[in-house]
Design a protein around this ligand. Sequence first.
Ligand SMILES: [Zn+2]
Length: 406
Amino acid sequence: MRAALAKVDVARLGERIEELGAIGRTADGGVTRLGLSPEEDAAKTLVARWLQARGGRITRDPAANLIAGFGSGDRAIVIASHLDSVPNGGKYDGHLGVLCAVELIEAATAAGVALPRLDIIGWTDEEGARFGVGLFGSAAAYGRLPEGVVARRDRDGVSIADALRALGHDGDPAAARRRGTDRLYLELHIEQGPNLERAKRPLGVVRTIVGITHLRVTVEGAAGHAGTTPMEGRRDALVAAAEMVLALDDAARRRGGTVATVGEISAEPGAKNVIPGRVIFTVDVRSPDDDGRRAVVSVLEDAKRDAVQRRGVRVDFDTLADLPAVELDKGIRGALGEALREVGVEPLELVSGAGHDAQNPALAGVPTGMLFIRSTNGSHNPREHATAEDAALATKALILSIARLN
Ligand SMILES: [Zn+2]
């Protein structure tokens, strides 16, 4: 594998960042490539073309994941990331991990090295921006799809099953399950946070991925005339929701290391002279510490009971995700750290505040490791940025990691 190091081509990586980033490009230079959309499919087709040209055995599994197999052997080293984006997101989130894997194959081919069995995977719909369910492709592959998920619909009423069918997948996405085929799983991803930039290091090793709870909360009150309904006896869904939002924020502030966000809220019927009869809001709670996350969610449950009693509303929680924090494999972290030293980077272990596909193999018992690549200007926006030089260095670290782990 080491012979491949000299063939890593930073210019090729830079060109491919632009070529892939052009699929779903928005007016201000961002990318909109939602899960199971024609744009996501086109991104998979482009990556498949590059990998097929280097001898990859290309398949699309029943969850529409792109898989390119190389080398031989019973069990595979999986190198994967995702090819979808949020609306008007950046061209590095997810995509750069796939591009580094493609570059590894290019470099290994150019150097004429024999590959161990590798499966390069481009996951479907990691972001969950369209159907509300993130990590879709990797959840299908590792037996962790939520019950009844294919019936979930996007804003236009298109279900996941419809969207899969439109792309030629008629079967059950759960049949994408990878059963005992994986030796280990590696994912490269931009950090999407400031720690590597602050530490002036191009790469870092992920120690823990935070646990995440996602809820959709529906508060049912009673709509009424804003002028003629006395304050006593009102069942104002928005006031009840506001109390719950503040209780959640307060709980997260008290519990260090846990963050909580209400990012979407809607009030119906939505007129200035009508008491809101129904409010729907989302909740996102994350922590590297599962007890901390559960404690914050339980405060929200207390606030729900208060709202029911004091405001006369009905409150329903729909759990969209409930993933524990994941500590990644110690042996792989050690190998990644040694690989970083070899490319001249003192390893730094990081907590990932973002969820990643790597959670699913890790929770399914596959030894899993993750490298972060320095990124600037945040993420999930068109200004998100990482350099081709850092991506090339990450590819070299990936080559050295595989040499160590194989
Ligand atoms: Zn991502």
